[in-house]
Design a binder for this molecule. Structure first.
Ligand SMILES: Cc1cc2nc3c(=O)[nH]c(=O)nc-3n(C[C@H](O)[C@H](O)[C@H](O)COP(=O)(O)OP(=O)(O)OC[C@H]3O[C@@H](n4cnc5c(N)ncnc54)[C@H](O)[C@@H]3O)c2cc1C
Length: 463
């Protein structure tokens, strides 16, 4: 009997991919409310992968996922197909005067780009904590362009990176602890693989309820498909298992199916992004020696708020299909933007002034194209976007069976969502452990902290 996955972002795709490999005989259907995939966070994210920037309950999943990303890339040409590459992360460090009247006697406060990582999942929190002042230290400024090669300056910083006066950079990634992908291309590759192994995709389709037999057991999901011209069609898909992996929309789907709130809940954290190209980042491959190994390396910078910007920008140099380089700039979040009904409607909520802010920040942090006389020109714009991170109330991903619902044939309802700012990093691990769950095995990377809070399910026979 079929498995139905609700939501075809990177989490739904990873689950479909690993389960289709494990159970080639099984019918797997991904339903998505959009007319095409990747209008959501998975299509607009940075694609930075980290192995060990997580709290203890998530660490085993993060390590598994990081390993699977490398394995997948090594086996299937991830470098060429979705820009997989190891990466080094730098934190921008800014020393600021303590606020006047704070009684600090002129003491300096150090604000670091990775502070937000230690404060849960929201980069906005670091921005709120910022005390504006003057930056002082400039020992490792990035405009030292005396070169060791085409990509990196003699201070080991990437040549594409710029920083305001009074800032310095420190490496924060452990050896082989970070990597980079182009997430849209990784998702497209996963979708293609899924289609090749007969996973079915029902687009423009969303669930409207569970269908139960006269013994109160779920045996199908009722869905509504929207056709062009405004036509709708309702029908039932017989199934044994259902997974809700609809990112920020997961609590809404949960409520539609069960008529109750999900706990922990998931809130959307909207973020703008801008992808640019710069001639200063022209070489797709940088050979580096890291921990005694020769590796190909990309770079990312994580910055705290400064007088130039009031948020925590992040810049990631990455390669797209065939080695075309680009730099992803994000960090400008706006929690006042409400989650739209559908992922594709996010574009209508973009504010021009916010896009302009991020454009200015990109120009402050990324060295633009220079002509022969060394004059800097505008960066080439590849894409700009707004999308929503699914941040759970617990700050941890939710990967859990929903207790209290009986399915015909011993099936289950599951939730796999709430990955917050690290859904690309944790995607493959999530797909793998959920596939194991579907086969009846609980992988050790699944910790009890990721479970839903158990409540009796007040499921009524609505249909
Ligand atoms: C600006 C920004 C930068 C980021 N950078 C990084 C990064 O560098 N590294 C990293 O690891 N993570 C990053 N993330 C986080 C990452 O993008 C997300 O955690 C991840 O994409 C979430 O994937 P998902 O599949 O859960 O959700 P989504 O990608 O949101 O997908 C959900 C899917 O569900 C569908 N859906 C919604 N409602 C319904 C419904 N009723 N019925 C059917 N389908 C439905 C949607 O159409 C969509 O296709 C970033 C996020 C943002 C916003």
């Amino acid at each position: 009997m079929a498995l139905v996955i609700i939501g075809g972002g990177i989490i739904g795709l990873s689950i479909a991919y690993y389960h289709a490999l494990a159970r080639p005989d099984r019918q797997i259907i991904v339903i998505d409310s959009e007319s095409e995939l990747l209008k959501s966070a998975s299509g607009f994210s940075g694609g930075y992968l980290v192995r060990d920037w997580f709290s203890p309950p998530v660490l085993p999943l993060a390590e598994l996922s990081f390993k699977l990303h490398k394995q997948l890339a090594d086996t299937h040409g991830g470098r060429q197909k979705w820009g997989y590459c190891e990466s080094t992360a730098y934190s921008m460090v800014v020393e600021v005067d303590q606020a006047e009247g704070s009684g600090s006697g002129g003491a300096r406060k150090v604000v670091r780009g990775e502070d937000w990582l230690l404060h849960g999942t929201s980069r906005a929190e670091a921005a709120k904590a910022y005390v504006p002042s003057v930056a002082v230290s400039d020992t490792l400024k990035s405009d030292d362009t005396s070169s060791t090669n085409d990509v990196v300056s003699s201070n080991h910083l990437p040549k594409w990176a710029k920083a305001p006066d009074g800032t310095r950079f420190e490496r924060i990634s452990s050896e082989s602890g970070c990597a980079q992908v182009e997430p849209r291309e990784l998702c497209q590759w996963l979708e293609e693989q899924c289609r090749d192994i007969d996973v079915e995709f029902y687009l423009n389709t969303q669930p409207v309820g569970l269908v139960k037999n006269d013994r109160g057991r779920v045996h199908a999901i009722r869905v509504e498909s929207h056709k062009s011209g405004g036509n709708q069609r309702r029908y039932d898909i017989p199934c044994k298992d259902i997974i809700i992996s609809a990112g920020c929309w997961t609590p809404r789907v949960f409520k539609t199916l069960l008529q109750q709130e999900m706990s922990p809940g998931i809130r959307p954290l909207p973020g703008y992004s801008r992808v640019v190209r710069s001639r200063e980042f022209g070489s797709p491959i940088f050979e580096a020696v890291d921990g005694g190994r020769n590796v190909e390396m990309a770079h990312a910078t994580f910055c705290p708020p400064t007088p130039e910007w009031s948020y925590s920008p992040e810049c990631m140099a990455r390669y797209t299909k065939g080695g075309r380089p680009e730099i992803y700039v994000a960090g400008l979040n706006d929690e006042t933007i409400l989650l739209p009904e559908r992922a594709g409607h996010a574009r209508d909520r973009m504010e021009r002034s916010k896009l302009e802010d991020l454009k200015r920040t990109a120009e402050d942090l990324v060295r633009g194209n220079r002509n022969e006389d060394g004059v800097e020109h505008e960066l080439e714009l590849v894409r700009e976007g707004l999308c929503f991170r699914p941040v759970s109330e617990s700050g941890l991903p939710i990967i859990s069976k929903v207790d209290g619902i009986e399915f015909k044939g011993n099936g289950h309802l599951y939730v796999a969502s709430g990955h917050g700012p690290w859904g690309i990093s944790l995607s493959l691990g999530t797909g793998f452990v959920v596939s194991k769950l579907l086969e009846g095995t609980k992988h050790k990377a699944l910790t009890k902290e990721m479970e839903l809070i158990k409540r009796p399910v007040a499921l009524r026979a609505r249909l």
